[in-house]
Design a protein around this ligand. Structure first.
Ligand code: NAP
Ligand code: ZN
Length: 352
């Protein structure tokens, strides 16, 4: 075991604070990474505050962070694809059983034995997994991704969750040229959704509650922007969308969006609000519309997404912060005041 610096929460109501955690020494298949940047996902906030208690209660102390980019500092004897000095990235998962049908299909995120990067039981330490708000991490090489060299690292970190979570459902539901695609909520996930929908050639419409984000939405690649609180504006798009991606972190009305889908259109939820969202049967049965969800993406698809970003020069629009600003960043995230992802410069942890 070795010590690592981290920021952790001691309870659902405590702010994140400096702490020291233990990391395992790399085993044969492990890669040890010095973390350079870690994105700040709304899931970090949901978990730190135990807002998902019903589905996955938080174990404290909690070290969040699953948008990790860094440099390899050590590799185990059996590691094939990484060497010391390489750029490397880690997303939301660090292990799975490798044998179940989901793993065989490259969909490790749906494996019953999937281990999350933080807040999952850790078979190596007997404790809980600790995430990327830390100066280092040790991960099985199967769950370590390659970062295209041309990408800015602070902006690449959020690709590991916000990127793959929006890319995967768009690929699954056939977002392409000629399709009309909506993205609801211009936050960390939403702004990546806009970039991908645009890069995939779709006619892209952003739904936002923040009129002040209109210009940014157009700059990010939207063809149209709709202020979702304006019922008249919403009505103009009734029955017209092939696909809508909903990336909202709080309670909101899904039915207004179902009504915007055309026949056989799909609304995919990636946002995970704390409370259930009521759905009207008529919004679905009229027009054989479907409502579905999507969870991050498998490892192979995550690499595909990173390579796509390398080719198209896509990164997240980030506000780089020192770790000492993390509690303030959470408060701003709750006010939808992020443009469009916080990325922690982990060099700031050296001062602790
Ligand atoms: P975020 O940066 O906070 O963005 C959420 C956006 O939702 C806000 O910027 C805001 O956009 C909109 N919004 C906020 N409150 C709203 C309200 N009351 N009504 C309508 N819109 C509202 O969060 P994020 O990191 O992108 O994460 C979004 C959600 O996805 C979270 O619940 C997160 O846990 C979840 N998530 C899921 C997965 C998955 O695998 N499924 C992966 C990562 C994250 P506007 O200002 O444009 O309205
Ligand atoms: Zn996330």
């Amino acid at each position: 075991m070795q010590k690592a610096k981290a920021y952790s929460a001691a309870s659902a109501t405590s702010p994140l604070a400096s702490s020291v955690i233990e990391r395992r020494d790399p085993t044969a298949n492990d890669v040890q990474i010095e973390i350079l940047y870690c994105g700040v996902c709304h899931s970090d906030l949901h978990t730190v505050r135990n807002e998902w208690e019903a589905a996955m209660a938080t174990i404290y102390p909690c070290v969040p962070g699953h948008e990790i980019v860094g440099r390899v500092t050590k590799v185990g004897s059996g590691v094939q694809n990484f060497k010391v000095g390489d750029l490397a990235a880690v997303g939301c998962m660090v292990d799975s059983d490798g044998a179940c049908p989901a793993c065989q299909d490259g969909l490790e995120q749906f494996c019953p034995g999937m281990v999350l990067t933080y807040n999952s039981p850790d078979k190596h330490t007997g404790g809980v997994t600790y995430g990327g708000y830390s100066d280092s991490i040790v991960v099985d090489e199967h769950f370590v991704l390659r970062v295209p060299e041309n990408l800015d690292l602070a902006g690449a970190a959020p690709l590991l969750c916000a990127g793959i979570t929006t890319y995967s459902p768009m690929r699954h539901w056939g977002v392409t040229k000629g399709k009309k695609v909506g993205v609801v909520g211009l936050g960390g996930l939403g702004h990546m959704g806009v970039k991908f929908a645009h890069a995939l050639g779709a006619h892209t419409v952003v739904f936002t509650t923040s009129p002040s984000k209109t210009e940014d939405a157009l700059r990010l690649g939207a063809d149209e922007v709709v202020i979702s609180r304006d019922a008249n504006e919403m009505q103009k798009h009734a029955g017209s969308f092939d696909f809508i991606l909903d990336a909202v972190a709080a309670e909101h009305d899904l039915n207004t969006y179902l009504n915007l889908l055309r026949r056989d259109g799909n609304l995919t939820l990636v946002g995970a609000p704390e409370k259930p969202l009521p759905v009207s049967a008529f919004g679905l049965i009229m027009g054989r519309r479907s409502l579905s969800g999507s969870l991050i993406g498998g490892i192979a698809e995550t690499q595909e997404m990173l390579d796509f970003c390398g080719e198209h020069n896509i990164t997240s629009d980030v506000e780089v912060i020192p770790i000492q600003k993390i509690n303030e960043a959470y408060e701003r995230m709750l006010k939808s005041d992020v443009k469009y992802r916080f990325s922690i410069d982990m060099a700031s942890l050296k001062a602790e």
